[in-house]
Write a protein that binds this ligand. Structure first.
Ligand code: NAI
Length: 343
């Protein structure tokens, strides 16, 4: 009998509940030993509890230190602050891990296998923004403050190096813009170089690249990269770029790792345009569940899950519309469950 693992489940908004149901069906078939505590957040939290991040959800994650989360809607411009950003701050989830691996051959790029490690708490994401009024225009000037700390850089860089070594990677690439933002991203590059010299030289390769050149190189020759580590905003942009190399957001999982908890999710949002239409691809959330299984030392179950996804997509050729197939979410889920049962 496997030891049961308490974990928080947040179905989220839009396609969230559909892809979470699909993921639970596949995890059940796999015999994954999670005891779920279901909680609401995002728009569902506002509707049920008047708060996009209800205290009950926070308390649950504090207790379990582990969560699987559907996408949460955040209004653009005004409205409430992103619950995702609040969760990262609340649990000091400093590392955002976004692996991208080709699962469906025949796309624009073959054999992609790289990882973006994004700093999750600092940089231009801290939300210290304000306007300056000139004459009668209250928004005449917009300002934002970015903050990167030595300690924050050390945390994320150490995580990236350790993760790269533990997973048999060859190279860590430091992505920065230290030619222009000499302080804000210079500290990141400088800390990386110092840390590499002190601790990692001889154990793994390291190089560095400016973020704009990195974007171009990722499109021209993504195979030159292995693990990319970067500050918050660059990581946000590059990880979406990288998910585009492997067939889009429907295939990209993410893990938010911190000292106090780990939260696993798809990179994509709540996709309101297709919510409730049996069109959503649950693969990204399933791959996030595989990362969660790795995290709780069930690499065997994670491997079985990834194999079932691979076989369903490439042997059974059951695929959702975003991958050019004609299966709905429910039919794709049934195909996955039967692969898991017979695998
Ligand atoms: P989105 O990722 O929800 O959708 C972008 C496009 O990709 C849409 O056409 C959508 O239909 C498609 N798509 C996304 N996931 C898919 C899937 N699993 N299967 C098939 N197609 C899929 O981005 P958008 O529209 O900018 O954001 C919608 C909402 O989601 C916003 O409120 C945003 O704040 C929130 N969001 C939440 C995130 C999170 O909770 N981690 C991350 C990103 C956005």
């Amino acid at each position: 009998m496997m030891k049961r693992i308490p974990a928080t489940l947040i179905p989220g908004d839009g396609i969230g509940p559909e892809i979470v149901d699909a993921t639970l069906a596949v995890l059940d078939a796999l015999g994954a030993p999670f005891d779920w505590d279901s909680q609401v957040a995002g728009l569902a939290g506002v509707q049920a509890a008047g708060d996009p991040l209800p205290q009950a959800a926070v308390d649950s994650i504090r207790r379990t230190r582990l969560a699987l989360k559907g996408p949460l809607e955040t209004p653009s411009g005004g409205g409430y602050r992103s619950s995702n950003v609040r969760l990262r701050e609340e649990f000091k989830l400093y590392a955002n891990l976004r692996p991208a691996r080709t699962l469906v051959p025949g796309g624009r790029f073959e054999n992609i296998d790289l990882v973006v490690v994004r700093e999750n708490l600092e940089g231009l994401y801290i939300g210290h923004e304000h306007y300056v009024q000139i004459d009668d225009d209250p928004h005449a000037v917009a300002m934002a403050t970015g903050i990167n700390t030595r300690a924050g850089c050390r945390h994320i860089l150490e995580y990236a190096f350790e993760h790269a070594i533990a997973t048999g990677r060859k190279k860590v690439t430091i992505v920065h813009k230290a030619n222009i933002m000499k302080a804000l991203t210079g500290i990141f590059k400088e800390t990386a170089e110092q840390m590499y010299a002190d601790k990692y030289k001889g154990r793994i390769e390291m190089d560095s690249v400016i973020v704009d050149a990195c974007a171009m190189k990722l499109v021209l020759n993504p195979w030159q990269f292995d693990v990319l580590v970067t500050t918050n905003l660059f990581g946000d942009i590059l990880s979406d770029l990288v998910s585009g190399l492997i067939g889009g957001l429907g295939m990209a999982p993410g893990a938010n790792i911190g000292a106090d908890a780990a939260i696993f999710e798809a990179v994509h949002g709540s996709a309101p345009d297709i919510a409730g239409k049996d069109m959503a691809n649950p693969t990204a959330l399933l791959l996030a569940a595989a990362l969660m299984l790795d995290h709780v030392q069930h690499a065997d179950l994670a491997a079985r899950l990834r194999k079932a996804i691979d076989e369903t997509l490439n042997i059974d050729k059951v695929r959702t519309g975003d991958l050019g197939g004609n299966a709905g979410t429910a039919a794709y889920t049934r195909a996955l469950v039967s692969r898991v049962r017979n695998g």
